[in-house]
Design a protein around this ligand. Structure first.
Ligand code: ZN
Length: 409
């Protein structure tokens, strides 16, 4: 009987044929004996995370895989990032992702990341708790120059423009309402006042005087974008009938997905979403977590970042590096289902996410395995699952666990 599930997502794993790889994809070309063994014992298929012809973002793709329809639950990246930095969101909060950056006296952006500042705790603390016209601002530091920001109070809307132009050299934009409701106009007004106030506070911080004296760029502006309202949503465990769920991820967005859905976050030293991330530590943490949790979400990021750099060789080598540690999963007992997949394809050729389907495998004792001997895009296309969508993943997991409700009598 299967009682526990591990869902292992390698970001942007799917790809397209690479000429130098004899027209194999990085996953097909990589030497992956451990993935291949797992695949042989699995039921396999392909997945269009959001459906055919839809190019998924990482946030929307993950929500779909975990069974949260994006039309209903996705309002922007802000709430997910804010959850990821530890802000407990409340229904009606408007959340943003933020960058601490550098502007000149006229608010022209000099650097969107304040010289890639490594820790913004002091700066976030200086702004945390500010109140303007009855609206409270919650500001928490994220990794490096990033922050999560929440506006809490009555009469807010997320339908407002971004202040962040995304380009150094441009000026900070005034926030405007994107519809003619009272709420959007009020939110824009409060945000413009917040920008003025936060600039005055940050620009005069002692820490910035020290930075200037050291020849570093001032960290004097919080650039906000990705506004989204926090929706009422059921906890993952309650929605799918698990006892306890946790998330093991290095990247802020993925921790955010876990926290957003009410999963516990497990921190692994050295798990940093970079190519030198602690893969071994993450697999060990997953095995350990499955002693206490009946659902574990494990995420590894750099397969995506390398493809976004167009680095097919790097992606192939990174996949081989992951494969070395996949054998750690052999320690799992017979009661554990392992799902291996990706949130979307990231094509090295495009240096971007693509709508190409991704491979997916379900490995469990007693499963009707397909005997496919290589884990890859085209090999998995021959699997008996056929072509599924992200929304099919959780029902399929419940079926394997014998937990699906009966339709009819
Ligand atoms: Zn992704």
């Amino acid at each position: 009987m299967i009682k526990k599930a591990l869902v292992f997502i390698m970001d942007g794993l799917g790809d397209r044929p690479i000429q130098e790889f004899y027209n194999k994809t990085p996953l097909e070309y990589a030497n992956t004996p451990n993935f291949d063994k797992l695949c042989k014992e699995s039921q396999c298929g392909l997945m269009y995370t959001l459906g055919r012809g839809k190019r998924p973002g990482s946030d929307t793709a993950h929500l779909s895989i975990f069974g949260y329809p994006i039309d209903e639950y996705y309002t922007g990246r802000g709430p997910i990032e804010a959850a990821g930095v530890g802000i407990k969101l409340e229904e009606g909060d408007v959340a943003f992702r933020g960058n601490f950056g550098t502007v000149d006296d006229e608010w022209k952006v000099i650097d969107r990341r304040a010289g890639r500042i490594k820790d913004v705790t002091i700066f976030a603390n200086a702004l945390d708790g500010i109140e303007i016209d009855g609206i409270k601002f919650i500001v928490k530091p994220g990794s490096a120059y990033r922050a999560g920001v929440v506006m809490r109070g009555k009469g807010l809307s997320s339908n407002v423009s971004n202040a962040d132009s995304h380009n150094a050299g441009d000026s900070v934009r005034e926030v405007v309402a994107l519809d003619d409701t009272k709420e959007a106009n009020f939110t824009a007004q409060v945000l413009n006042k917040f920008m003025k106030k936060s600039y005055d506070i940050l620009n005069n911080l002692d820490e910035n005087k020290n930075r200037e004296a050291n020849g570093e760029l001032k960290d004097n502006f919080l650039l906000l974008r990705g506004a989204g309202v926090y929706p009422k949503l059921p906890k993952f465990t309650e929605k799918w009938g698990f006892e306890k769920a946790c998330c093991i991820a290095g990247g802020g967005l993925y921790k955010g997905v876990g926290a957003f859905l009410g999963m516990d976050l497990i921190n692994v030293p050295g798990a940093n979403a970079q190519v030198d991330t602690n893969i071994e530590g993450k697999f060990n943490a997953a095995v350990e977590a499955l002693k206490k949790y009946d659902f574990v979400f494990l995420h590894i990021k750099p397969t995506d970042s390398l493809a976004e750099d167009g680095n097919a060789q790097g992606k192939k080598e990174f996949i081989e590096k992951i494969d070395k540690y996949v054998s750690i999963l052999n320690k799992l007992d017979d009661e554990t289902l392992i799902v291996v997949t990706a949130d979307h394809s990231t094509a090295c050729e495009l240096k971007a996410h693509s709508a190409d389907a991704v491979p997916i495998l379900f490995h469990a004792k007693g499963i009707r395995n397909d005997n496919i001997t290589e884990f890859g895009e085209r090999s998995c296309s021959k699997g008996s699952l056929g072509i599924i969508e992200g929304k099919d993943v959780m029902p399929n997991i419940l079926n394997i666990m014998g937990k699906l409700p009966l339709i009819g009598a």
